[in-house]
Structure formats: structure tokens, C-alpha cells
Design a protein around this ligand. Structure first.
Ligand code: ZN
Ligand code: ZN
Length: 410
């Protein structure tokens, strides 16, 4: 792979993504296979004045061995130092930023004890809840990007030998991440364009959205009180602009957790706990899932929905046109960072505090009152179809066409 592009990709993540500021600490979560990229990121961060770069390495092969061979009780006893390894930096000067590099094999834990995998994932989320709050509420700058591991690349391009599959996935990631010419400038332009539509959606202050498609989807999504649409860049507590996901094509907001009704069909497979949920259908009544099915992975979907009470409701609704550059690649990535930016989606579980006015300063109870959902999970599932129609219903009952045939018409 082209080292010049890799360097640009690292600079894009550090300068446009987390937008590291002089004197800040950059914490990088990365797989060991991403060492070359991490070196570029660290250099870019120090060039930008970072005080220190701290890397948390992960090794997916070891993760699988450990998941398989460790007793459940031991796995689920997640030690406090893991959360502290973030909080000590975030809290000390209040000025750490987090760059997470994903790219795990979507079927990493396939064939293992699903109940154990799920119990561990819940235990870990609970043990890291405070750290997670810093990113979910955008209190600090954070950004997620991806690097292709062999397992992932082979899943995306099964017809190619491993090495070629990795190379092709790199090229695809560079393309959809706007890594050509000046990537940092490209992202500034992209953010500006999308801000205009976001502002129009905020002006409309819709009461609910109605999603329909020939696949059977007929879903009303009531929006949270005082909801605000977000997308592209956000601002940390300290007022630093950052882009949480690269790539990103979505505009998203908070649904009202008690006002979602109807049927919705999944349009892309969803990776959960290292395995796949495919062709699912979910029925909502008064905001809660009352029925569900899936052609494969129904048991996984059941686990997801039974995580806690909030897992039965949704915390995010996001609009992505069918013409999104990621969708146009016509590749199924089996990775939420990409697939969620190829199609409209909803997320089971927790909502983002920043999707209601003043939400970052509210308690969980105050957010629930506005209709923002609470849960230990936040799982985005894709529902966008090529023929999707979305109608916005205003507070006075009047209707406005937002999407027709999968595209923005608003
Ligand atoms: Zn989203
Ligand atoms: Zn989401």
C-alpha cells in the first residue's frame, strides 16, 4: 500500500478528526497490524504540538484465544485499571483526545460460546461506562477510523487472496474517506456542505418521521423534545471542533424513546459480538420492540434486545442517501463505521446527549424526560433502501417530503 496515502490518512485522522491541540495528550486505540499508520498518527500529533501520545495496542488473534480459553467469571471481572488508563489522562489536565482504529474481523468470535461473549461485552461496557460518557456526550475530542485486517478484508472480498483483499480494502477506505489531494481540506468542505442541510432540518423541528419502502418497512419515528440534528463535526466541552467518525455521511438525531411505531426491515447484515445478524424485521409499539425475527442470527438479535430495558428502544435515527459514496462502492463492509454511512439507520440503545438542546449538561433522568433513551448498548442497524421514502410530519400535522427513492429531496 502507498505510504504517502497512509501518511495522509493518519494526518487526516489527527488534524481533521480528533483535531489535536497543542499541549493535549493523544490516546490511540489500535490493532497491532496498524503499527505503520500509528507511527504516522503519532508524528502528526507531535507536529501539531501534542504533549504525549499513548497507545493501547490490541491483537485480535489473542482476543479470540483469550475469549475461548478464559473462564466467564474471570473475563467478566473487568479490572478498574482499564478504565483508569483512559480517565487518568482525561482527568489530569482534562485535555486528552481519543483516536480509535477499528478493523476487527467481523466474525472474530464465530463458533465460540455466544453467551460468554455477550456477558463479557456487557461487563466491559459497564466497567468503562464513565469513560464512554466522555465520548458519547462529546465532552472530549474523539474519532474512529479503520484499517483493514486480513480477517476483515477476506470477509469483504472473499473472491480475492488475502493480500489482494487487504490492498483492495485499503484503496476502498482511502476513496470513501476522501484521502486524495489535501484530505484535511476535503473534510472541511464536506463539513460545510452538510451543515446547511442540518440547519434546515433543525428549523423544521419535525414532530415525527415516516419511513416507507417496498420491502415492507412502514415505521413512524417520533422525535425527542427539543431534538437537534447533528452530523459531520461536533464541539468538545472545551470548544474544540472535531469529527467523530471518518468517513461520515449521516445526519442524525434523537428519536423519542416512547414514540416509535410500526415495522422495519433490516437492509444490510449487522455484526454483533463478532457474529452476524441478517435479514431481520422488528415491530415497535409505543417505542418498544414487541416482535422480531431474523433469517440468521435471531439468537444474537435476542441477546442484543435483552441486554437491558433500554435495548428494546432506539436512541438514534440517522438519514443517509442511497447516493452516499460508501453505498456507491456497492461493497458490504461488515463494519458499522462504513455500513451505517451507506444507509439510513436506527440504533438500539443509548441516545447521544448532544442530540437534544442543552443535553450535554443534563442528567440521565432529564434526558429520559425529553425522550432520549438510556442503555449500556448503542447498536446501529441499517434500514435504508434504494426506494426509501421519508416524510417529515410537522407539529401542526402538515407533511414535508424529505427522501424520495432513497435520496434527499428536502
Ligand atoms: Zn449513526
Ligand atoms: Zn449510532
Amino acid at each position: 500500500m502507498n505510504d504517502k496515502l497512509l501518511k495522509q490518512y493518519g494526518e487526516m485522522a489527527v488534524k481533521a478528526g480528533v483535531n489535536i491541540q497543542p499541549g493535549q495528550t493523544l490516546i490511540i486505540n489500535a490493532p497491532i497490524t496498524a503499527a505503520d499508520l500509528v507511527h504516522h498518527c503519532a508524528t502528526a500529533a507531535y507536529d501539531a504540538g501534542a504533549k504525549e501520545v499513548v497507545v493501547h495496542w490490541a491483537d485480535e488473534k489473542l482476543s479470540r484465544i483469550k475469549m475461548d480459553r478464559t473462564e466467564k467469571d474471570v473475563l467478566c471481572d473487568v479490572k478498574p485499571w482499564i478504565q483508569d488508563s483512559y480517565l487518568q489522562y482525561i482527568r489530569s489536565e482534562g485535555s486528552a483526545a481519543i483516536l480509535s482504529i477499528t478493523g476487527q474481523d467481523p466474525e472474530l468470535y464465530k463458533g465460540l460460546d455466544m453467551e460468554k461473549v455477550n456477558a463479557y461485552s456487557i461487563a466491559r461496557m459497564k466497567a468503562l461506562a464513565e469513560y464512554r460518557d466522555y465520548t458519547m456526550a462529546s465532552r472530549i475530542q474523539w474519532c474512529v477510523i479503520a484499517v483493514p485486517g486480513e480477517g476483515w478484508a477476506k470477509k469483504v472480498f472473499p473472491e480475492l487472496p488475502a493480500e489482494e483483499a487487504v490492498e483492495k480494502l485499503w484503496q476502498t477506505i482511502f476513496k470513501v474517506s476522501r484521502v486524495e489531494g489535501d484530505a484535511v481540506e476535503n473534510w472541511k468542505d464536506h463539513a460545510k456542505q452538510r451543515a446547511e442541510r442540518r440547519d434546515r432540518m433543525n428549523e423544521m423541528n419535525f414532530d415525527k418521521l415516516h419511513f416507507t419502502s417496498a420491502n415492507g418497512t412502514d415505521l413512524y419515528v417520533g422525535l425527542a423534545d427539543d431534538h437537534v440534528w447533528g452530523g459531520v463535526s461536533e464541539y468538545s466541552e472545551a470548544g474544540v471542533e472535531f469529527i467523530p467518525n471518518m468517513p461520515t455521511e449521516e445526519l442524525f438525531t434523537a428519536p423519542h424513546k416512547d414514540k416509535v411505531d410500526g415495522v422495519v426491515y433490516g437492509t444490510k447484515p449487522y455484526v454483533y459480538n463478532g457474529d452476524l445478524i441478517e435479514d431481520f424485521v422488528v415491530t415497535f409499539k409505543d417505542g418498544k420492540v414487541v416482535d422480531y425475527d431474523a433469517k440468521s442470527g435471531k439468537e444474537l438479535l435476542k441477546q442484543l434486545l435483552s441486554t437491558d430495558e433500554g435495548a428494546l428502544s432506539i436512541g438514534e435515527v440517522a438519514l443517509v442517501p442511497a447516493s452516499s459514496p460508501i453505498n456507491k462502492e456497492n461493497v458490504l463492509f461488515f463494519n458499522t463505521l462504513f455500513d451505517e454511512n451507506a444507509a439510513c439507520h436506527i440504533a438500539f440503545g443509548q441516545g447521544y446527549p448532544g442530540t437534544v438542546k442543552g443535553g450535554e449538561k443534563m442528567t440521565t433522568e432529564q434526558l429520559l424526560e425529553k425522550g432520549v433513551n438510556d442503555s449500556v448498548i448503542h447498536e446501529d442497524v441499517m434500514i435504508g433502501a434504494a426506494d426509501m421514502k421519508i416524510t417529515g410530519i410537522c407539529k401542526d400535522g402538515s407533511e414535508v417530503e424529505i427522501f424520495n427513492n432513497g435520496e434527499w429531496v428536502f
